[in-house]
Each structure stands twice: as C-alpha cells, then as structure tokens.
Design a protein around this ligand. Structure first.
Ligand SMILES: *Cc1c(COP(=O)(O)O)cnc(C)c1O
Length: 223
C-alpha cells in the first residue's frame, strides 16, 4: 500500500463516520504522526499534498523537519508537538512547532508565555489531560484541569484544545467521552483524540484532531 492510499483510506473512514453521525468532516483534522519514520515516507505524504504532521520529541523533529529542509521546501506544513515537553526544550519547540498539544503544568505555562513573547510567534496550545490518571504518563490529572486552565488564562496563554492518550487496557471510548465533557465544561473548541486503532471511535465523539502514525506510514523504525 502506498502512503497516499493509506491517507485516502483513513479519510474515507473519517467521512463515513461523519456521515453516520451527522458531523462535518471538515472539522476533523488528520495529523500524520511522522515520529521515527524514514524521510522518504514523509516525503511521500508531502508529495501527496498532506501538510499536517505530529512529532513527539523536539530534537527528533528538528532533525526531520528543519535540518533536512523539509519544512522550508514544502510550504504550508503545520507541526503538532504531541509528546511531553521539558522546559529546557521550550525555546526549540516554540521555534519549530505550530501547535503544542502537551501543556500540563504551571511551570510549562510560564516558560511558554515567556518564549512566545520573546519569539513573537503565533502558537496554539492544547492541554494534555491524563484521563486515566496513570502515574507514568504526562498530562494534568482531571481534578487539576480547572486550576491549570485558570492559571494559563491569568498568564495570558490561550488554550484552544484538550488532548488525551487513553490507557492501553481500557476502552478508549470512555476516555474520549470524558475529554469531550471536560472540553464542554471549559468551553474549549478542539479535541485531539484517537490514534490508528481507535480514531473511528473518537470521531463520533467529536474529535477535531486525530493522530495517526502506523496506519499511514507503517511500522516505526526502532530506537
Ligand atoms: C505515536 C503517537 C501516535 C500515533 O500512534 P499510532 O498508533 O502509530 O497511530 C498518536 N499520539 C501520540 C501522542 C503518539 O505518541
């Protein structure tokens, strides 16, 4: 299967779910997760006209998108950071990414506010919610979400979305429905939820961004 065909297949499924649930497919953005994929595969997606990509490690993303010249060569590329962000990487992250989906603590809010001002750059920020309250996972626990959102607002950082990664051994639909509820309560418009295995469940629940890696590019190279 070619990468273009894979993307087409996923878009077909998005459209089908949207028709079934009377949703507008234009509100569902397909983020092609290019982490740990060979450049040739990413180029194939770019040549096919795809422009929305996700990466989880700042340094890897710099290699793949900046050092390689890909981001300059293909106009209109938008990059989402979908992995945990350390404060010492905020400068690089703000410089490369268009959307940071993993804001999860006040210290990170502070660092982002400072760096966004410094670089005078427009960036969108989502908050990652640890809906399963897993100790090893980043994201703010649901009980701390309200205070984090309030803090971000006080500091002048607009939060335009929520993101979650459900625990592997639980039905993801419950977590997607929960995240949607949290977004409604806090009047947040974007919902980043759903990956290769479960985006068909997240779309009916109102996902605005789905993050699909292996179903587009195939298995990731190790390391
Ligand atoms: C790797 C990753 C994905 C993509 O996962 P696939 O199963 O390859 O679709 C989505 N979201 C996050 C946060 C990831 O780290």
């Amino acid at each position: 299967m070619s990468i273009a065909k894979n993307i087409e297949g996923i878009e077909y499924k998005i459209n089908k779910a949207c028709r079934q649930w009377k949703l507008n497919p234009e509100h569902v953005n397909l983020i092609a997760v290019s982490k740990k994929q060979p450049i040739e595969r990413i180029k194939e997606a770019l040549e096919d006209g795809h422009r929305l990509f996700g990466e989880n490690i700042v340094q890897d993303a710099i290699q793949t998108w900046e050092k390689s010249g890909l981001k300059d060569r293909y106009k209109g590329v938008r990059l989402h950071l979908i992995g945990a962000l350390q404060t010492n990487k905020v400068k690089d992250a703000v410089s490369l990414f268009d959307v940071i989906e993993t804001v999860d603590r006040p210290k990170l809010v502070d660092a982002l506010v400072k760096e966004i001002k410094q670089q005078n750059k427009q960036i969108e920020c989502f908050v990652q919610v640890n809906t399963g309250e897993e100790p090893q996972k980043s994201g703010v626990v649901p009980s701390q979400l309200a205070s984090l959102l309030e803090y971000a607002e006080d500091q002048g950082l607009k939060i335009s979305g929520l993101m979650c990664i459900p625990p592997v051994n639980e039905p993801s639909g419950l977590h997607f429905a929960f995240l949607k509820k949290l977004a409604q309560i806090h009047k947040i418009e974007n919902l980043s939820m759903g990956m290769s295995d479960d985006f068909e469940k997240s779309v009916p629940l109102g996902a605005t961004h789905i993050r699909v890696g292996t179903s587009i590019f195939g298995e990731r190279t190790s390391t």
